[in-house]
Design a protein. Structure first.
Length: 319
């Protein structure tokens, strides 16, 4: 139980705090720009999930395989996985930047956005995708740090990035009047801050799986293994993207921009409970992966039992 709390509590707190990033942007933009600005951020949010989906596929895919390798006492395999994950993240970030900048306008037109809301949402998306490399580092390295036995460090980096985002949102949006674009810049800087800290950790002496620049590589066998393992995480995030896209399309088609703003506020509240569930799942992953690799199946079953009970109780409280 203590091991469960050691990993799950920091993961859950970190994810809830990370989820507040969007709430922070919405709060400052809603107060400084108004309902149209809030609608723009709400319309742009599904596009951000594309970055999150790819980051989770690589990060959770790698961390799951690392946990299994460490459970089998195969440290060399774990190091090889992480050495392949880093260049893969950089390539994925560059690819996302290219795709996002090329398709941002088409995405919003497909949704039915127009006028000032289109312009603000487009600027928000373009700024976010310009920083895809650093955003994806922050998203993917968080579970890897937890699997390296440092759940509190992962949580601390996330909390620090949220504080940076809050301060910069106030400066850029409220004081400098940069509007939605200012909120996007603040978000990219905040994610970059935590991404750089997490990346530096793996090249430091504190890391259990310390990386060497000369050993970074891209091996097709390992890359495919990472992507295959992380595909369920990608699918989960992508399904959320499809759901949000469909809802926002219907709201713009049969409602108004004000309806989209209201939908965004409801989403902020709902996300708190979904992030608690995700925190429990992400926090138990290193424990389950390591013990499954070590063939300690009774511990795997015990951890799953505690996780299911925790989710059930959380659901009852939310209901």
């Amino acid at each position: 139980m203590l091991l469960f709390l050691k990993f799950v509590l920091p993961a859950t707190i970190g994810l809830i705090v990370a989820g507040i990033q969007g709430v922070i942007d919405g709060f400052f933009v809603g107060n400084a720009v108004g309902s149209q600005g809030l609608a723009a951020i709400t319309l742009a949010f599904p596009a951000l999930l594309a970055i999150v989906a790819v980051g989770h596929m690589i990060g959770i895919g790698t961390s799951s395989l690392v946990a299994l390798a460490l459970g089998r006492a195969n440290r060399q395999e774990a190091l090889k996985l992480v050495h392949n994950a880093f260049p893969l993240l950089l390539l994925a970030g560059i690819g996302l930047t290219s795709i996002g900048l090329a398709l941002s306008g088409s995405y919003l037109r497909l949704l039915g956005a127009s006028g000032p809301v289109f312009d603000m949402a487009n600027s928000y998306i373009r700024v976010l995708f310009s920083g895809s490399v650093l955003l994806i580092l922050s998203i993917a390295l968080d579970p890897l740090v937890r699997n390296d036995g440092k759940p509190r460090l992962a949580m601390t980096c996330v909390v620090a990035s949220v504080l940076v985002n809050m301060v910069l949102d106030y400066v850029f949006v409220m004081r400098m009047g940069m509007g939605v674009a200012g909120a996007a810049i603040a978000t990219v800087i905040a994610f970059s801050f935590s991404g750089i800290l997490l990346a530096l950790y793996f090249f430091s002496g504190w890391a259990g799986l310390r990386l060497k620049p000369s050993s970074l590589s891209l091996e097709s066998r390992i890359i495919l293994k990472i992507m295959k393992t992380g595909l369920p995480s990608f699918a989960m995030q992508f399904s959320t993207f499809v759901l949000l896209f469909a809802n926002e399309y219907m709201l713009l088609s049969y409602g108004s921009e004000l309806a989209v703003s209201g939908y965004g506020i409801i989403g902020y509240v709902f996300s708190i409970f979904s992030l608690i569930f995700e925190g429990i799942a992400v926090g138990t992953q290193p424990i389950i992966g390591f013990n499954y690799g070590a063939r300690c199946y009774s511990r795997v079953a015990g951890t799953l039992k505690i996780a299911v009970i925790s989710c059930f109780v959380t659901g009852l409280i939310g209901f």
